[in-house]
Design a binder for this molecule. Structure first.
Ligand SMILES: C[S@@+](CC[C@H](N)C(=O)[O-])C[C@H]1O[C@@H](n2cnc3c(N)ncnc32)[C@H](O)[C@@H]1O
Length: 280
């Protein structure tokens, strides 16, 4: 049996440059707008395909050192190609942010956009690491997503996945159990509440300020969302489905999103917070 194009995409998280226009890319300029002064060094945690680093290098000519830490080899390779023109101003390191290795310098700016929920339940380690790697007067600019959740801890993308699992044959009420047995933590559980995060962050850093926006996702058709899901969530959810039903699962994800778009005028919306964190 050959895998469908969208399954192959989900294994390599390909197509993110296009998919991220729907939601994540808006965090990039929002965060960089909060950078003050003339930074010489910046570390982006979960740097993906290097879009934030590229924008920062363009905006801040003073930046001598722009470092990306990222887990996915595919994404590092894409970032390396994108950032080639910036030569020695850039370094990309493969890293697991749940067990971050020390770097031999402190940065004027640390950024982390649309990543923190993947570090659950070990987010505290990255806050301790950031506290140890911020230069005096530096800022850690962090975005966090806060979808509403139901009594099973499901919300945001979990709701679209629930529709898709039902479409491929899972009874509606069994979906939370299927996720739990498959070791897939609902994304709305991974995205802790603002109150919980304030407490964890406060052990290591000072909250100097925050902004909020409503991230509204809209699409022009089912296929667009199918690809957004594959590029953003990879095979996180599709691994719950037998291989011979995965193409149907991705199609059903797209159809659920498109149905929501037609009924509500958007696929989803949720509050996003931009935190400005300083050394204590
Ligand atoms: C939704 S993408 C966000 C990418 C980029 N920061 C942006 O705003 O577009 C999440 C990124 O976090 C990375 N990631 C997830 N868990 C990670 C971990 N434990 N260590 C390092 N990177 C991780 C993923 O590979 C992916 O590139």
């Amino acid at each position: 049996m050959t895998a469908s194009a969208v399954e192959i995409q989900s294994r390599t998280l390909a197509g993110y440059a296009d998919a991220s226009r729907l939601r994540q890319v808006q965090d990039r300029d929002w965060a960089l707008d909060r950078v003050t002064g003339a930074p010489e060094s910046l570390i982006d945690l979960g740097s993906g395909i290097g879009q934030l680093l590229e924008a920062a290098l363009e905006r801040f000519p003073t930046l001598r050192r722009a470092v990306g830490l990222e887990r996915s080899e595919h994404r590092i390779a894409e970032a390396a190609a994108r950032l080639l023109p910036y030569g020695e101003r850039v370094a990309l390191h493969r890293a697991d942010l749940t067990a971050p290795e020390p770097l031999p310098f402190r940065a004027d700016v640390i950024t982390q956009t649309s990543v923190l929920h993947w570090l659950y339940p070990q987010e505290e380690r990255i806050f301790a690491w950031a506290a140890a790697h911020l230069a005096p007067g530096g800022s850690f600019l962090l975005t966090t997503y806060h979808p509403a959740r139901d009594e099973h801890g499901l919300g945001g993308e979990d709701e679209i996945v629930r529709d898709a699992l039902v479409a491929v044959g899972t009874p509606y009420e069994e979906v939370p159990g299927v996720l739990a047995r498959g070791g897939v933590l609902p994304i709305a559980t991974r995205t802790r509440t603002v109150e919980d995060l304030t407490e964890v962050i406060g052990r290591h850093l000072r909250v100097a300020g925050h902004l909020e926006r409503d991230a509204v996702v809209t699409v022009d058709g089912a296929e667009q969302y199918e690809h957004f899901h594959a590029a953003t969530f990879g095979d996180y959810y599709s691994s719950l489905v037998p291989e011979d039903r995965r193409a149907d699962f991705f199609r059903a994800v797209g159809e659920s999103a498109w149905r929501r778009q037609r009924e509500r005028g958007h696929v989803s919306h949720m509050p996003v917070r931009l935190w400005t964190l300083s050394p204590r």
